[in-house]
Design a protein around this ligand. Structure first.
Ligand code: ZN
Length: 203
């Protein structure tokens, strides 16, 4: 399986990192070795002193597709999840300045936390999904899918022009504003609505 991530999909987050608003989705990949087992915790890697959390809604792809029209995109996922795109912000900043790819900062081992999934039939409206991240029981990020620049179906249409989607692939749909640094001992909890989706300790 592969993990496909969307950058800059919430305008308030684009501004907080002083990036330009994109004219099309920013896409990057994480390999399957980036998947993190929540029970083991997240270990801060030795190559960074500034790891950021980015909480994001996830889509789990249920069948193979290429050049998927947005009208049919909803047939390619049944489950919505929540996860964290862990980012070595210091390293990413250096790479961005040199106009180099971000992989070392975004796709390292353990950089993709995938929490549990919720059947999409449990939502009244996929364009109105509230989610949040708590750090040590304080809310640090709050988002709603209504504020995405590109919605789930538009993302699937765009991504599948370049990458064949396969069963089990996971799409990280972008983070809202409020990203920040983690430290050893932090407890991160993710919620969709008031349902707890994951909990992880930073080590
Ligand atoms: Zn992200």
């Amino acid at each position: 399986m592969k993990i496909i991530c969307v950058g800059r999909n919430y305008i308030a987050h684009v501004h907080e990192l002083q990036n330009e608003a994109p004219s099309e989705p920013v896409i990057f990949l994480k390999p399957d070795t980036a998947l993190l087992n929540p029970e083991q915790g997240f270990f801060i890697p030795e190559f960074s002193t500034e790891i950021h959390y980015e909480v994001e809604l996830l889509l789990k792809i249920k069948k193979v597709g290429k050049y998927i029209d947005r009208k049919f995109a909803h047939k390619y996922y049944d489950f919505i999840g929540l996860g964290i795109d862990f980012t070595a912000r210091d390293l990413q900043q250096q790479l961005k300045e040199k106009k180099l790819p971000w992989e070392k900062a975004k796709a390292f081992d353990g950089s993709a936390l995938v929490g549990s999934f919720v059947n999409k039939t449990e939502f009244d409206n996929l364009k109105n999904i509230n989610f949040s991240l708590l750090k040590n029981d304080v809310v640090v990020q709050e988002g709603n899918s209504a504020h995405m620049i590109w919605d789930f179906d538009e993302l699937i249409e765009f991504i599948s022009q370049y990458f064949t989607l396969k069963t089990g692939d996971i799409i990280f749909t972008g983070t809202p504003a409020g990203v920040g640094k983690i430290a050893e001992g932090d407890i991160l909890k993710g919620f969709i609505g008031n349902r707890e989706i994951f909990q992880i300790k930073v080590k």
